[in-house]
Design a protein around this ligand. Structure first.
Ligand code: PEP
Ligand code: MG
Length: 324
């Protein structure tokens, strides 16, 4: 079966009725690239840059970051690479930053909430990214965005650093797409407003599920509420994808749900453009998608968002995927 899957390495990801989607991979370090290429990833949908900052005693220098980003961009050879700016704080600690202990770390001072406040740290990362952009197809993504103002402030810093670099004569890619993670319900709910100002969305279901259901993703006692197929979550995804498309933007997903066999038919039907998952899931997903009809999955999705409970959604997925 492995050999069977490997035949799909260089194939496009296409439904039975000829609709193409992008199957990308999530990575944590440049060393992960090998697995992406070996498994036919069409891009990087999420590069979690926090690993560059963790397990050490000081902030990585601009040069060190530049080298890491450049390696990933060159390794992907012009294919899209979505790099997420630093997402630490809360439960992910960085000893040298001296972040406060919090009652509710998942509702606390993390990601852009922290980097917008620590401008030197943020500007260093943005400069490294901008310099690296000359070496491939870079897209920059901000994590944990809750308000338009946060996005505007992050983007303004990016533009400031870009203008500085350009005036110094440094090569910077002209049309870098700048997008956001959708992982906070407020952002999903006003996705129509965000779609006017961002270039793309990537839905972070790992967090979006916990915030939508108010169930800590690390707490066993409430894990029954962690329901990826819950109609409430599906409706949020539907709103996000539709809002993106209305403004001619693309919508992807980089949470675990994107590589989940039971979720893929629903996500396809909701119109998701890009699925980013662990590299080891890409070929299986490509095979699954090749056996699905987009038009059927659209019907499935329309019914699923009208369901009252997860169980009903799962029964519908069974029904629709066993039909073909
Ligand atoms: C997510 O929240 O779905 C996500 C991809 O980000 P992380 O898992 O790194 O919080
Ligand atoms: Mg997240």
């Amino acid at each position: 079966e492995k050999a069977e899957l490997l035949k799909l390495v260089d194939e496009p990801s296409k439904t039975m009725d000829g609709v193409e989607v992008e199957l990308a991979a999530n990575i944590g370090t440049p060393d992960d690239l090998e697995g992406v290429t070996a498994n036919g990833g069409e891009g990087i949908g999420l590069y979690r840059t926090e690993f560059l900052y963790m397990g050490r005693n000081e902030i990585p220098s601009e040069e060190e970051q530049y080298e890491a980003y450049k390696k990933v961009l060159e390794g992907m050879d012009g294919k899209p690479v979505v790099v997420r700016t630093l997402d630490v704080g809360g439960d992910k600690e960085l000893p040298y930053l001296d972040l406060p202990k919090e009652m509710n770390p998942f509702l606390g001072y993390r990601a852009v909430r922290m980097t917008l406040d620590n401008q030197e740290l943020f500007r260093t990362q943005l400069r490294a990214l901008l310099r690296a952009s000359a070496h491939g197809n870079l897209k920059i993504m901000f994590p944990m965005i809750a308000t338009i103002d946060e996005f505007n402030r992050a983007k303004a810093l990016l533009i400031e650093e870009k203008d500085k670099l350009v005036s110094e004569g440094t090569d910077v890619k002209e049309d870098i797409e700048v997008g956001i993670m959708i992982e906070i319900p407020s952002a999903a709910i006003i996705a129509d407003q965000f779609a006017k100002v961002v270039d793309f969305f990537s839905i972070g279901t790992n967090d979006l599920i916990q915030y939508t259901m108010a169930a800590d993703r690390m707490n066993e006692a409430v894990s029954y509420l962690y329901q990826p197929y819950h109609p409430a979550l599906l409706r949020l995804i539907q709103m996000v994808v539709n809002a993106a498309h209305k403004e001619g933007k693309w919508a992807g997903m980089c949470g675990e749900m994107a590589g989940d066999e039971k979720a893929i038919p629903l996500l396809l039907g909701l119109g998701l453009d890009e699925f980013s998952m662990s590299a080891s899931s890409v070929l299986k997903a490509r095979k699954q998608i090749s056996g699905l009809k987009k038009t059927d999955m659209e019907q499935l999705a329309l019914s699923a968002v009208e369901c009252a409970e997860t169980e009903e959604v799962l029964a519908l997925v069974e029904e629709y995927t066993n039909r073909a």
